[in-house]
Design a binder for this molecule. Structure first.
Ligand SMILES: *Cc1c(COP(=O)(O)O)cnc(C)c1O
Length: 237
């Protein structure tokens, strides 16, 4: 929690401010504001914070730990919420993901696709997925190597429980906007290349609290925003 009380009334103001900045970034880039959606990232914040966001009409929430989805889904049972996995996923979490998540944006390897597919078949479900691509040189960043994207997309065609909708990335953490922007541009160019090869990828999930205007300038269709909506996280996610 970022404040002692569980008063999340500030979330409404933060949400409006982020939406206004997104709209500005769209106009600056010559894009329609309606073409960019915002995924609120509720990681480390509890069910009360999610409820505050739900009061604004928000229904999709990004989380990077399956355990957190499990506890929040239990606390918010019966609510119409779509949980979106955005963090690195271990294959042994596939069962919970298949049960609880509406979407995975961090698909980055075939073993994970395999594990998710088997569990989704058991559940009788299919989910949307984005492929996370590593566009930054940092060791800490996850994702598929860019040159592996086309073979990976070809391999995913045999998994009918995974509907591949687009790509996701995290940009390099840098003070240099050109370096950050280059990551976003690379993701867009990869998406365009994949489309030329016959893959129907529309979505580009890129940009976070600190860098989303650059991502929007490079074609993001959705940004993932935690801090700017919910406040500073007290613990690392
Ligand atoms: C935490 C997280 C975000 C949101 O980060 P903020 O800087 O708080 O907006 C976005 N994407 C991923 C993958 C994350 O783990």
């Amino acid at each position: 929690m970022n404040n002692a009380s569980s008063d999340y009334s500030y979330v409404a103001d933060n949400w409006s401010a982020v939406r206004a900045r997104v709209d500005d970034a769209c106009r600056a880039a010559g894009r329609e504001p309606s073409d960019v959606s915002i995924l609120p990232v509720s990681k480390t914040f509890g069910a009360d914070a999610v409820r505050a966001a739900m009061a604004l009409g928000l229904r999709r929430f990004g989380e990077n730990k399956v355990q957190e989805i499990r506890s929040k889904a239990a606390a918010l049972a019966g609510e119409d919420i779509a949980w979106v996995v955005i963090g690195h996923l271990q294959t042994n979490k596939a069962k919970d993901v298949a049960r609880l998540a509406s979407e995975v944006q961090s698909l980055d390897r075939i073993e994970l696709a395999d594990a998710l597919h088997r569990r989704l078949q058991i559940e009788g479900r299919a989910i949307d997925v984005l492929i996370e691509v590593k566009t930054s040189p940092e060791e800490s960043k996850q994702g598929l190597a860019p040159e592996q994207l086309l073979p990976f997309l070809a391999a995913l065609r045999s998994y009918d429980t995974l509907r591949v909708k687009g790509l996701m990335t995290m940009a390099v953490q840098s003070e240099d906007p050109a370096a950050v922007r280059a990551c976003f541009r690379q993701l867009r160019e990869l998406r365009d290349l994949a489309c030329v090869q016959g893959h129907d990828l529309k979505r580009l999930s890129m940009g976070m609290s600190g860098d989303f205007p650059l991502a929007i300038a490079e074609g993001a269709t959705e940004i993932r925003v935690g801090t700017a909506i919910f406040g500073q996280r007290l613990r690392t996610a």
